[in-house]
Design a binder for this molecule. Structure first.
Ligand SMILES: Nc1ncnc2c1ncn2[C@@H]1O[C@H](COP(=O)(O)OP(=O)(O)OP(=O)(O)O)[C@@H](O)[C@H]1O
Ligand SMILES: Nc1nc2c(ncn2[C@@H]2O[C@H](COP(=O)(O)O)[C@@H](O)[C@H]2O)c(=O)[nH]1
Length: 202
């Protein structure tokens, strides 16, 4: 994975005083987005950070809801302006978390949730030591492959790239505060919720 130089502002330690930053990470296809949607249904008071990406929209995805879909040139300009809290290149596309909206919501006392890949999660761990991080694991690698293929929204080439990257990501699971296996879906949602309630006052 290629990572462009991070502007100095992005590496500055940030210290949220009121709200809390939560990072959900794990390999592509493990079910992070599906878990996140379920969590947000149970907790509409949480703020979900909509990322920017240079990936093309999948059928049904909406600009501003699923992602801000922008060009590589626009993305690189935003990087240069220090507009991202973290960002990375994943499977041939850029992804980044808009800094200002996240900081504003933390300042206003919200529990802010990011759903991001490994490199970005590592950047947040460095810049936001107080963030809570959850690594979602698949029950097995073959089940992960089944889920990515079953989603039916990526090209064969994109699926192969994501699976190659998944092994490296899974090996990093212990870097994060907790690891949850997304086997039975409801059990996994409950485990995320239990972790959050234990670690926060929300
Ligand atoms: N516990 C589960 N059991 C079986 N299938 C699941 C489970 N959780 C999610 N899935 C399915 O796995 C597929 C991938 O889920 P999802 O898109 O949420 O993954 P993701 O981790 O967000 O992927 P990406 O990081 O690429 O966005 C979806 O079809 C989803 O319905
Ligand atoms: N580092 C970041 N990773 C992000 C961000 N938004 C999403 N992601 C992760 O990218 C992969 C691929 O997503 P997909 O929607 O193309 O399947 C996945 O792991 C997402 O969690 C972000 O802002 N920063």
């Amino acid at each position: 994975m290629q990572v462009l130089p991070i502007p100095s502002g992005a590496t500055t330690k940030e210290s949220p005083s009121l709200g809390k930053l939560i990072v959900l990470t794990g390999p592509s296809g493990v079910g992070k987005g599906t878990l996140m949607r379920s969590l947000l249904q149970r907790h509409p008071e949480f703020y979900y950070s909509v990322s920017a990406t240079t990936r093309s929209p999948r059928p049904g995805e909406t600009n501003g809801k699923n992602y801000y879909f922008i060009s590589r040139k626009e993305f690189e300009q935003l990087v240069a302006q220090g507009e991202f809290l973290e960002w990375a290149e994943f499977a041939g596309n850029y992804y980044g978390t808009p800094r200002e909206a996240v900081l504003n919501h933390i300042q206003s006392g919200k529990l802010v949730v990011l759903e991001i890949e490994l490199e970005g999660a590592r950047q947040i761990r460095n810049s936001f030591p107080s963030a809570l991080s959850i690594f979602i694991l698949p029950p097995s690698f073959s089940e992960l492959e089944k889920r990515i293929r079953g989603r039916g929204q990526d090209s064969q080439e994109a699926i192969a790239r994501r699976l190659r990257r998944a092994e490296e990501e899974i090996n990093a699971a212990n870097e994060f505060d907790t690891q949850i296996i997304n086997d039975d879906f409801d059990t996994a949602v409950n485990q995320i919720e239990t972790f959050l309630f234990k670690e926060t006052t929300v």
